[in-house]
Design a protein around this ligand. Structure first.
Ligand SMILES: [Zn+2]
Length: 454
C-alpha cells in the first residue's frame, strides 16, 4: 500500500481542521481516491443549493447576485460562488474536503516567550485579563489607543495558550498587518512553529502552534483554534463584510478564547462595551506615556479644484518643504489612487496603494529609511509602525477618511519613545464631522491617560 502511517500523519498535519478544494490538497488521483475510500477525507458540497437559492459553504455567501453560471453547461448549469473566487473556484461540481482521520499532535513548548521587555501598568492589566480569558475560555475586548503597545500585551496570553498545547491564531483584516506582525511574533516566540497566511504568501500551515493570517484566510478553516485573536477588528473589510466574523467563529473551536483588539471601535462594539455585553479593558495611554499628537486643521480655499487641475496649494508645499529642510520623515495620505499618482508625479516621491505591485518592497524600503517620504492611500492607515514620522492628510474631508481612518492615520505619528511627538496635519476645504470627531477622540484619550497618572 502506498499510504503508510507516517504519511497519514503527514497528511493529517496538512489537512486537519481545514476545508480545502481538491487542487489545494495537491494529491495524486490514486492517493486522493484512497483517502476518500478509507474515510480519511470527506466530501462537502461547495455550494448548497435548493431550487433557485444557493449558499456557499466556504464563504457563507447567500447573495444570489454573487453566484455565476458556467454557460457551456446550460442544461444542467454549474453554479459557482463569485464572492470567494480569488481563493479558487467553489461550485456545485467543485467540492470542499474535510479531514476526518485522527488529528495530529503538536509538541509541547513550555517557555516559548523570549521577549524580555517590561509592560506598563496599563499593559500589564490587559495582559493579565487576557491570561484569565485564555484559562476561562472567554471573550475579551482590548480597547487600546494607537501606539499603546498592543502586541506586547498579547504575549503572556499567547504563552499561556502554547504552554497548554493550544493552537493560536492572530487574525487581522489587512495583509500588511500580517507582514508586520509575523516577524515580531517569530522574533519573540522563536521556538514555536508558525505560519503567516495572506493572499500570495507561500507559507503553509501544518498544524502549527501559531498562525498569523488575514481574516479571509480563515475561510479555509473549521474548529481549528483554541485562542483566536482578532486584531484591528474595526478595519475594512472585516467590519463591513458579515461573512468574515462567521469565518472567525467557524475557524475557532467551540470552547475557544476570543480576544478582539481595536483602537477605534465601530458602533456595534461601542454598544457592546456600553451595555457590558463583552468584558473590555481600556488602554487610553501610549506605551511611552506621551500624549497622542492632536491633529492640526489647515483649511485650503478651493483645494479640490486646485488638486483637480494638478496645482499644489502653497500651504501643502510649505508643509512638505519644512519637513524636507528639517529632515523629518513623513507620510502623505491621499484619498484616491488617482490623486496619489498625481502627487507622486508632481513631487517626485514614491507611492503605494492597494494594487501597487511593488507595495511590499516600497514599505520595506521606507522602513529601512531608503527614502524620506512616502505617498499612500488608506492602506497604510493602520497596523504599520514607522518610528519618527509626521503625517499629512490631503483632502481630509474626502468621504474615505471617516473618523476611524483619521484617528488611525494620526496614530502613525509619535510612536517612538525617543521621539514621542509628531506633526499631524489635515488639509481640507470643508470641515467634516469625521475630522472633528477624530480630534475630539485624541483630546479625550489624552485626558483619560492623564487621569490614569501615566
Ligand atoms: Zn464563496
Amino acid at each position: 500500500m502506498t499510504t503508510t502511517p507516517p504519511l497519514i500523519e503527514d497528511l493529517a498535519r496538512k489537512f486537519s481542521t481545514k476545508l480545502l478544494l481538491k487542487h489545494e490538497l495537491n494529491l495524486s488521483e490514486h492517493r486522493f481516491q484512497y483517502l476518500i475510500d478509507q474515510n480519511y477525507l470527506q466530501e462537502v458540497d461547495g455550494i448548497r443549493s435548493t431550487l433557485n437559492f444557493h449558499e456557499c459553504n466556504r464563504c457563507f455567501n447567500k447573495n444570489q447576485s454573487l453566484f455565476g453560471k458556467i454557460p457551456q453547461h446550460a442544461r444542467a448549469p454549474i453554479t459557482y460562488c463569485k464572492k470567494c473566487i480569488q481563493m479558487g473556484r467553489v461550485s456545485t461540481k467543485e467540492s470542499l474536503y474535510r479531514w476526518t482521520g485522527t488529528h495530529p499532535m503538536r509538541h509541547k513548548v513550555m517557555n516559548p516567550l523570549k521577549w524580555k521587555g517590561i509592560l506598563t501598568p496599563l499593559q500589564e492589566k490587559a495582559s493579565q485579563k487576557m491570561v484569565e480569558a485564555v484559562n476561562n475560555q472567554s471573550k475579551l475586548l482590548i480597547y487600546a489607543v494607537c501606539g499603546a503597545g498592543k502586541t506586547e500585551m498579547l504575549y503572556a496570553g499567547i504563552q499561556e495558550a502554547i504552554k497548554q498545547n493550544k493552537r493560536v491564531c492572530v487574525a487581522t483584516p489587512r495583509a500588511d498587518v500580517v507582514r508586520e506582525l509575523a516577524p515580531r511574533l517569530r522574533r519573540d516566540f522563536p521556538t514555536i512553529h508558525s505560519s503567516a497566511l495572506y493572499g500570495g504568501s507561500t507559507e503553509r500551515d501544518q498544524n502549527n502552534h501559531l498562525v498569523i493570517a488575514t481574516t479571509h484566510q480563515l475561510l479555509r478553516y473549521e474548529n481549528s483554534f483554541d485562542l483566536m485573536i482578532v486584531d484591528e477588528v474595526d478595519a475594512f473589510p472585516y467590519h463591513r463584510d458579515k461573512t468574515l466574523p462567521k469565518a472567525v467563529t467557524r475557524a475557532s473551536k467551540p470552547n475557544s478564547t476570543q480576544i478582539y483588539l481595536t483602537a477605534t471601535p465601530r458602533r456595534s462594539h461601542k454598544l457592546q462595551i456600553a451595555t457590558k455585553q463583552i468584558p473590555t479593558v481600556s488602554i487610553p495611554s501610549r506605551y511611552h506615556g506621551h500624549p497622542i499628537p492632536t491633529p492640526t486643521f489647515q483649511a485650503v480655499l478651493r483645494l479640490n479644484d486646485k488638486l483637480e487641475k494638478g496645482v499644489l496649494p502653497p500651504k501643502i508645499t510649505q508643509w512638505i518643504k519644512e519637513k524636507q529642510t528639517t529632515n523629518r520623515r513623513f507620510l502623505l495620505f491621499a484619498p484616491t489612487i488617482q490623486l496619489a499618482e498625481k502627487l507622486a508625479e508632481k513631487l517626485n516621491m514614491p507611492y503605494v496603494h492597494a494594487e501597487s505591485p511593488d507595495r511590499e518592497y516600497l514599505i520595506k524600503q521606507f522602513r529601512a529609511r531608503a527614502f524620506q517620504s512616502l505617498i499612500t492611500t488608506t492602506i497604510l492607515e493602520r497596523g504599520v509602525t514607522f518610528p519618527s514620522i509626521d503625517v499629512a492628510v490631503i483632502q481630509a474631508d474626502h468621504h474615505v477618511f471617516d473618523e476611524a481612518a483619521l484617528i488611525q492615520i494620526a496614530g502613525r505619528a509619535g510612536r517612538s519613545a525617543s521621539d514621542p511627538t509628531g506633526d499631524v496635519t489635515f488639509f481640507y476645504e470643508y470641515k467634516t464631522n469625521a475630522m472633528i470627531q477624530a480630534r475630539n477622540y485624541t483630546i479625550l484619550k489624552n485626558k483619560e491617560a492623564k487621569r490614569c497618572n501615566i
